[in-house]
Design a protein around this ligand. Sequence first.
Ligand code: NDP
Length: 362
Amino acid sequence: MSAPEIVPLLIVGGGPAGYTAALYAGRAGLTPICIEGFDSGGQLSRSFLVENFPGVPDGTSGADLSNRIREQAIGFGARVVMDDVVGVDLSRRPFRVVTTSHSYLADAIVVATGSVPRPLGLPREEELIGRGIAYCALCDGAFFAGQEVIVVGGGNAALGESIQMARVASRVTLVHRRSEFRADDVVEVAARAIAGIEILTPHVVEELLADDDGNLCGVRLRNLSTGERCVRETAGLFVAIGHEPATGLFAPYLAISRGHIVTSLTSTETSLEGVFAAGDVADSRYRQAVTAAASGCQAAIDAERWLVTGDWVGASVEPAVPVAARRRGPSVSLLIPEQAAEHSPMTDPVHDPAHDRTSSHP
Ligand code: NDP
C-alpha cells in the first residue's frame, strides 16, 4: 500500500449526511475526501419514493436524491471515493484511516456511516440472505416478480416496501407484531388501500423454513393474541424492522450510548476532539434524510471551525484528547443521555417516547 495521503478533513459515509458534509466542506475550500463505501447513497438510496425532502415537491427516488447531493458535493471540490474503511486509529492525531486500497492521515473526521438493517435474529437468517431473505425491496424486489412475499415490520420502511412489492409480487403479506403501525398515516392509508397487500397483526415470524436446496420456502408465524401458529409458504421475506447504527470501527474510540455515537447537545462534536458525527449513526430520534443532511452541514461547519480556530498543530502526532477532559465546570455540554435526562428531559438527545412501546429497540 502506498504512503498515507494527508488530508485536512475525511468524511466517512456516503449518505445524505456524508455527502452534505462533503458539499459544505468542499464549498469551504477544505478539499475533503468522502469515503462513500461500495454501496453508495446509504439507506436513502433504497427509498423508492421520497416525498418529504424540502424543495422536491413532486418527490423523487432516494437514489436520485442521493446522487444529486453527491454531484453537488463533487461540484464544490469534494473528492468522493468508492471504497470501504477497514481500519481506523483515532488514538492519536492525525487520525489514521485505512480503506481497502489506500490509507489516509486526517486532521479531522466526520463519521457519517449511517445504519445497517436490523436482523430478526432467527436461526438460519444469516445463511438465507440472498436465498429468500432480503432487507431492501428496491434492491432485491425484482427477484420475486410474480411470487408471494412477506414483509415484516410496522414502520414507514415496512409499509413502503409492501407498497413497492405489491407492484411486482403476486401477493404481499405484511406481518407486524402490534395492531398499531408506527408508519405515517398517509403511508398506512396507502398500504391498506392496495388489494394485493394482506395485513397480519399482531403476528411474529417465529421460524424460517428452507427447502432441500437451502432456499427459503416458508415461515412459521405466531399470532401474539391467540398464540396460534401457522405456516406460510413464501419465496421471499423482506425484513424491515429498523436499523442499527453503523458505529463499527469507531466504537472503541468514541462514547456510545444505546448504540449511537454520543454527540454534544449543541454541536456534532463527539467525545473525541477532531471527530464529528452526523446522520443516523448519531441520531436515534429523527432519522430522516433531511435531518441527516442538516447534521452533515453542521458537522462540516463544526470541523471547519475546529480546523481553523482549534489548537491542532499540523501533521505532528499527538494524543487525541477527549472533549470532556478539556472542558471545565458547568459549561460541559457533552452529556451521555442518562445525564442529559437528569438535567432536562426536553433536551434528551436519545430518548424517544414512541420507542418505549418496544423492548427490542436499542
Ligand atoms: P422504525 O423504527 O420506524 O420501525 C421499525 C418497525 O419494526 C416497528 O414497527 C417495530 O415494531 C418493528 N420491529 C422492531 N424490532 C422488531 C422485531 N425484533 N421483530 C418484529 N418487529 C420489529 O424503522 P423504519 O426502518 O421503518 O424507519 C426508520 C426511520 O426512517 C423512521 O424515522 C422513518 O420515518 C424513516 N423512513 C422514512 C421514509 C420516508 O419518509 N420515505 C421511508 C422509510 C423510513 P413496533 O412498532 O412494535 O416497535
